[in-house]
Design a protein around this ligand. Structure first.
Ligand SMILES: *Cc1c(COP(=O)(O)O)cnc(C)c1O
Length: 524
């Protein structure tokens, strides 16, 4: 495979926006000041101590340069609109454009976060109804939309757990999580000041109930679990697990990142969970992956409800008094009076853990998820989950045949839910090709790689989540690409070991990027 060399034109295009700056260039033209506005020196308009001493160092570029610059950058990324994106645990499903149109309506997009509730009734109604829909989907009565992400939902859940126990005069110190847990689970536990205790996984890929029993005592505040778990395996022992934890006085927290497998089919509340977070940016079609806004609402059981964050969006009523002087003929005073719903922010929650954020600035996320839920309806959500599970099982079957079956066996091979995990250990041993090499080579075939090296308990893990919005031919093509990569690796493993060849950048120094991050461009 030839090394790609950069042409001078490519090097020029790779300049930063600061390097493209030429003094005096502008992307706008202001009209001359109106005659009526008296021209005054800046100092008269803005207090001197608030004025800059020298102008800000901003890039000076024309509008076409800006458009070209950012358009070029946008094409250097792999994204959902480019191709198949089976990134396990992340639920990279297609986000309907309809939701974007709804979120962009001026009443949604231009709403100021400090607007008085009386002037934001539509937005509050939308938030209230989204709370109600998520309550129905999770099987728990009360929802708070405050957490900004799944991980903040976890932290909120743990703070709720602490408040719940403290209210009963208890202070248990441990939180149990399976060894398959997503990294954010133990991280949130530690941030909340609890001790993490790992629970082992049994041969079917579920919680090892005997190990759980040996670790449960009255010092356990909570068990954090996702079901199906990160192996894509549904734990049938969930009722027994729930009783064990509840009997010892603990709560059950459900990491809802895998809700795409069970929406409309099964509800965490019915399984016995007390607190659930939902990743609106995974299951409910908020675009994600670029670091943009997400949302991790939590749903809670009755006994946890008094502690939820404040303010809470609530629905009440207002009396509408019809003015007597405008009464139509034949009507008497009071005849036209009626009540209307009034949506409000309830701050009066004395046991609340408090605010998790200043303003609900991620409102657009709620609009998209609300539009998604309403446009699919209960049956549609249920069908989406069914299709997600069917796609995963279809792809798992394809990959259990041919070379993939030989070099990439399925870990915990049983009927899977929305995702499954392969182990690249035989591929590494027999071909010298690591899971990372395979992932990089997939990029040359136009596929985003699956999640790699997670969950940790599978050696050389490759976690595949095809999602419901992919057509059969894409699943077939993905399996075919893996077959081809393995076939070429049998004769020349170096091809995969040095991949990718066709991407804007090749292998990155990932350790260096973590240890010594340079996150800021020096302007000169
Ligand atoms: C994505 C994910 C999380 C964390 O959610 P964020 O919204 O990224 O903070 C937690 N658990 C699992 C299983 C996940 O896949």
């Amino acid at each position: 495979m030839p090394e790609l060399t950069e042409t001078p034109q490519q090097a020029d295009r790779a300049k930063t926006i600061y390097e493209k700056s030429v003094p005096g260039r502008r992307a706008f033209q202001l009209p001359p000041l109106d005659d009526l506005i008296e021209e005054k020196p800046l100092e008269d308009l803005i207090p001197k101590h608030l004025l800059r001493e020298k102008p800000a160092e901003l890039p000076e570029v024309t509008e076409p340069e800006i458009i070209r610059h950012y358009n070029r950058l946008s094409r250097r990324n792999f994204d959902l609109d480019t191709g198949f994106y089976p990134l396990g645990s992340c639920t990279m499903k297609y986000n309907p454009r309809l939701n974007e149109r709804v979120a962009a309506l001026p009443g949604h997009a231009q709403l100021h976060p400090a607007t008085d509730p009386a002037l934001a009734q539509g937005a509050l109604q939308l938030m209230y109804e989204l709370q109600e829909a998520l309550a129905e989907i999770t099987g728990l009565p009360t929802v708070s939309l405050q957490p900004s992400a799944g991980s903040q939902g976890e932290l909120a859940g743990l703070l709720l757990t602490r408040a719940y126990h403290a209210d009963q005069g208890r202070n248990p110190t441990k939180v149990l999580t399976p060894d398959t847990a997503h990294g954010t689970n133990p991280a949130s536990v530690t941030m909340a000041g609890y001790e993490v205790v790992k629970v082992a996984t049994n041969e079917q890929g579920g919680v090892d109930v005997e190990d759980l029993k040996s670790k449960i005592d009255d010092d356990v505040a909570c068990l954090m679990l996702t079901n199906p778990n990160t192996l894509g395996v549904f734990d049938e022992n969930i009722s027994e697990i729930a009783s064990l934890v509840h009997d010892a006085g603990g709560l059950l927290y459900y990491d809802g990142a895998n809700l795409n497998a069970i929406m409309g089919q099964a509800r965490p509340g019915d399984m016995g969970f007390d607190i659930v977070h939902v990743n609106l940016h995974k299951s409910f079609s908020q675009p994600h992956g670029g670091g943009g806004p997400g949302a991790g609402p939590i749903a809670v059981s009755e006994r946890v409800e008094p502690f939820i964050p404040r303010p809470q969006v609530v629905k009440g009523e207002v009396e509408i008094k019809f003015p007597d002087e405008h009464l139509p003929e034949g009507f008497e005073s009071g005849d036209m009076d009626h009540k209307e719903p009034f949506y409000d922010l309830d701050y009066d929650r004395p046991k609340s853990i408090g605010r998790l954020r200043g303003f609900q600035g991620n409102f657009g996320v709620f609009v998209r998820s609300y539009a998604y839920i309403l446009s699919l309806g209960g049956d549609g959500l249920s069908e989406a989950s069914e299709q997600a599970v069917l796609n995963a099982n279809y792809l798992k079957k394809l990959l259990s045949e041919g070379r993939a079956g030989k070099y990439l066996p399925v870990a915990f091979d049983r009927h899977c839910m929305h995702e499954f995990v392969l182990s690249g250990a035989p591929m590494k041993k027999e071909l010298g090709v690591k899971t990372l090499d395979l992932a990089k080579r997939l990029l040359d075939f136009g596929f985003h790689p699956p999640t790699v090296y997670f969950p940790l308990l599978v050696d050389e893990a490759l976690m595949v989540e095809p999602v419901e919005t992919e057509a059969k031919e894409h699943l077939d093509a993905f399996a075919e690409a893996i077959e081809q990569i393995l076939e070429e690796a049998e004769s020349d493993p170096e091809i995969a070991q040095n991949a990718p060849y066709t991407t804007p950048v090749r292998r990155l120094d990932e350790v260096g990027a973590t240890r010594n991050p340079r996150i800021r461009q020096n302007p000169s």
